[in-house]
Design a protein around this ligand. Structure first.
Ligand code: AR6
Length: 179
């Protein structure tokens, strides 16, 4: 398999996740799944109160796991809620837990036969995960999934701002070196 195998199925954009026209957007939530600040709050505001009502029925979510709801007033039909790890010092399983967020989100996308999915930079805001390290994990997991995917064909990594976009573009070139 060439080094660039699934590169054309991954798009890094600078944008707002609530605006993405995809089958599912991923929400970087907290364990309660009852909303929060940052992007979580923006997703709930854009989706409308029905999203919180459905989230109340889910009983929360453990770190590294994922749960799915409808998207209500969002352009995306579904929201996959995942709970990223809080960064401590990197010695508390943070890398594996972040990788699990991507794997479990992809697993739900496959179960629902979704084709397009947009991820935010999970854990890199309030939860403090170093963005460069998180970006390499996000891209590595995306590449691994696309190589064996049954349903998902396009993945958008949504960066909020120019700096996040630059970091992810660089990480993409690292994970897919030109042969
Ligand atoms: N679209 C895309 N990315 C965004 C948006 C947006 N509209 N808004 C912010 N970001 P964070 P976390 C970026 O803090 O670190 C919530 O309160 C932001 O710049 O939203 O996983 C939850 O309820 C950053 O790079 O998520 C949890 O309590 C990235 O999204 C907690 O925050 C993630 O930032 C989760 O913290």
């Amino acid at each position: 398999m060439s080094n660039e195998d699934t590169l054309d199925q991954i798009e890094v954009v600078d944008g707002d996740i609530t605006k993405q026209r995809v089958d599912a957007i991923v929400n970087a939530a907290n364990k309660t799944l009852l909303g929060g600040g940052g992007m979580d709050g923006a997703i709930h505001r854009a989706a409308g109160p029905e999203l919180l009502a459905e989230c109340r029925t889910l009983g929360g979510c453990a770190t590294g796991q994922a749960k799915i709801t409808q998207g209500y007033r969002l352009p995306a039909q579904w929201v996959i809620h995942t709970v990223g790890p809080v960064w401590r010092n990197g010695q508390h399983g943070e890398d594996d837990l972040l990788a699990s967020c991507y794997r479990n989100s992809f697993a739900l996308a496959e179960q629902h036969r979704l084709r397009t999915i947009a991820f935010p930079c999970i854990s890199t805001g309030v939860y403090g995960f170093p963005m460069d390290r998180a970006a390499r994990i996000a891209i590595r997991e995306t590449r691994a999934h696309l190589r064996n995917s049954q349903s998902v064909v396009n993945v958008i990594l949504v960066c909020f701002g120019a700096q996040a976009y630059e970091i992810h573009s660089r990480a993409l070139r690292e994970v897919f070196p030109r042969s």
